[in-house]
Design a binder for this molecule. Structure first.
Ligand SMILES: [Zn+2]
Ligand SMILES: [Zn+2]
Length: 340
């Protein structure tokens, strides 16, 4: 046995003894509540500063901006900017960004959470307008693979992403199609398709999707979210949340380890949910120690207030998002006067 093998064995022995000693300590700590989710640190990279600014949602909180049934948000992580979704009308995001003095020309990457029109209609306008200042602006789009799956109907193809892909690629842009999650930058995770562990039914359309086994109900299998691993906990950014916020949170916790949720930002598609579903959703989000909720788009007014109440949050920490509202590591939730 050489020196190297002996050293390795010794290390293994030390690690083994260390593990045996640490197990009872961990068990005791958990039993007596010494180690909560807040203390459990992920070994994965963390972001330092972050800010999520809403650029498309229903409510406008100031004299600036246009409200619509749609969603878009700008993510700024330690100076690295990524746009998430592009709104429902071709020019909403470009106009709102202009009114809010948000410069998108330096943003190279775009994430599309899913194929729906209220999230993808601004893609070409934004790409063409921003290219005038920077040819690399929005030149890369991340999405999950079923975003291009056919959604046939009596009136023809319902998935506008199929035609949009060709037009976008003709501008020199390229898609990065994900079949599973990917860390886009350290501490920023694109979930990819989200396992539907719980039977959340957070979509209202009754369309069909073409799969290898034929036409089936379209549960928007590509629906993806973005999760930040911040020092205060996880921050989940959803588009429409069709995968279900509890499924999303469960998947995020599995990826990052036992960490609390510092914030949920975006659409949760709970506006049509029953009282029972809202109560269940709140009880699960409470288990994740959800500390902030900036409820945009399809979350719903009643749903937001139910979640606020049942999560024990308040008018600072659970608020309906407005165009221009934000959630940041420095200031938490900031909204316009209408949403206060
Ligand atoms: Zn949708
Ligand atoms: Zn939507």
């Amino acid at each position: 046995m050489g020196q190297k093998a002996v050293t390795t064995m010794t290390r293994k022995t030390i690690i083994a003894w260390g593990s045996w000693i640490s197990i009872p300590i961990t068990v005791l700590a958990l039993a007596f509540g010494f180690l909560g989710k807040a203390e459990a640190q992920s070994s994965r990279p963390q972001v330092q500063g972050f800010k999520v600014t809403i650029l498309s949602t229903m409510l406008v909180g100031d004299t600036n901006g246009i409200g619509e049934w749609g969603f878009a948000a700008l993510l700024d992580v330690d100076g690295h900017k990524i746009l998430i979704d592009t709104g429902a009308h071709p020019d909403t995001v470009i106009r709102n960004a202009h009114d809010l003095h948000v410069d998108l020309s330096g943003v190279q990457e775009l994430i599309l959470t899913h194929n729906h029109w209220d999230h993808v209609s601004g893609v070409l306008t934004l790409r063409r307008e921003l290219m005038k200042e920077n040819r690399n602006a929005l030149s890369v789009i991340h999405a999950s693979e079923d975003i291009f799956s056919s959604r046939p109907s009596e009136n023809g193809e319902r998935n506008q992403m199929i035609a949009l892909r060709k037009e976008y690629e003709a501008t020199g842009g390229r898609f990065v199609v994900h079949s599973s999650g990917a860390e886009l930058i350290p501490g920023v995770w694109f979930t990819g398709p989200i396992p539907r562990i719980y039977p959340e039914h957070n979509w209202t359309s009754s369309g069909k999707i073409l799969t290898a086994s034929g036409l089936v109900e379209d549960n928007i299998p590509e629906d993806s979210s973005v999760v930040l691993n911040s020092s205060k906990g996880l921050v989940i950014i959803t588009g429409c949340g069709h995968a279900g916020i509890v499924n999303i949170a469960t998947y995020a916790e599995k990826h990052f380890g036992n960490r609390p949720i510092y914030g949920v930002v975006g659409g949760l598609h709970l506006f049509a949910s029953t009282d029972e579903v809202l109560a269940w959703t709140a009880s699960k989000l409470r288990e994740f120690q959800t500390a902030n909720l900036l409820a945009a788009h399809c979350t719903g007014v009643e749903a937001t207030f139910r979640l606020r109440e049942e999560l024990g949050l308040n008018r600072k920490t659970a608020v309906i998002a407005t165009v221009g509202s934000s959630f940041s590591s420095a200031s938490g939730i900031e909204v316009g006067p209408l949403a206060k």
